[in-house]
Design a binder for this molecule. Sequence first.
Ligand SMILES: NC(=O)c1ccc[n+]([C@@H]2O[C@H](COP(=O)([O-])OP(=O)(O)OC[C@H]3O[C@@H](n4cnc5c(N)ncnc54)[C@H](OP(=O)(O)O)[C@@H]3O)[C@@H](O)[C@H]2O)c1
Length: 327
Amino acid sequence: MGVQGEYDGPWKAMLKGISDLYGNRSNSVNLPKRMDLKGKTVLITGSSSGLGFAAARRMAKAGAKLIMAVRSGIPEKKEELIRDTSNRNVKAYHVDLLDFVSITKLLEDLERDEIKVDVLVSNAAMVPLRSRKTKQGLEEMFMVNYLAPFHLINQFIHRRILNIERGKIIIVSSESHRNAKGFEWEEFGRYHDYGINETVSRYGYFKLLLTTFANELSRRLDRQKQPIRVRVLCPGPVNSNIAREAPGWMQPILKGIFALFFRSPEKASDPILYFATETNSSDRPVDYLFLMQRKKMDQKAVDEENGKKLWELSERLIEKLGYSSRW
Ligand SMILES: NC(=O)c1ccc[n+]([C@@H]2O[C@H](COP(=O)([O-])OP(=O)(O)OC[C@H]3O[C@@H](n4cnc5c(N)ncnc54)[C@H](OP(=O)(O)O)[C@@H]3O)[C@@H](O)[C@H]2O)c1
């Protein structure tokens, strides 16, 4: 099967993450000494927890108007952010990325409030213990980690919620996008039963879909001479709540490993801050950072044929469900 690769089990994947973290750091970029996001509106999905919350706090500190698009933590996480940063320009909107109805409601709420977003950070993701079905009959991790970002980002462009003149789209992916051997085109969007042993390989596969989408999105924007920039990153291993569904016996072991070897969400959010504050981005339509290291994305994700095929299949699937992702 195409989605499997070298680092499929949770332990192997974790060891790979840790070895990458302490590996070669050539070609690194640096954060500016003073981070200034005054006058910029930033929206982050999944900013109730982990990396998203840390990035939101740092961007609010840098003066951004911050919009949290979250499933939980309203209002307490918003209040925490305001308390921590003294920035009162923080709003929170509810969205459950498992559900197209909820995504549509978010889009309508943002339109109603005439929100114009300069930086859209697509960060939310999940790692379930096993496959589950969404209301629309899709597999949950496929929906949250791939199809929902595809739909949401395209709708931000279509509805002009994203600032078309100077907008940036920052997509949180993972180095695990390199793991899958190939695409399962015949199976695309079909519900697939899996358990804990397959979770890691499917997580990597959905990050491959997300990264392939990012490249195709950038090509399509470029062809239409739209100045929107697409940025992709892997934060490295983060000491976050990502493994919240792991079995009880694994939790203390994981917590220990995360605390010892993984990066704090604050430190891990450096590449998000780099892309959000980057000013000379016009010469690079698409870019990828692993930690703060500029890298090439996997060739499967960059391949134009793959991008085109993925886009068509995604659009068709969404239309079958009664929604549209066209601009
Ligand atoms: N942790 C790592 O080692 C690591 C490594 C590489 C890449 N990443 C990526 O980093 C990003 C952030 O993950 P994290 O490590 O910070 O994990 P996290 O602490 O679990 O945060 C995930 C966020 O996504 C949100 N989310 C999940 N399902 C959702 C849904 N159905 N609707 C709306 N929001 C939903 C969660 O909201 P709730 O709190 O409401 O569930 C939470 O805010 C993800 O894209 C992840 O793939 C993480």
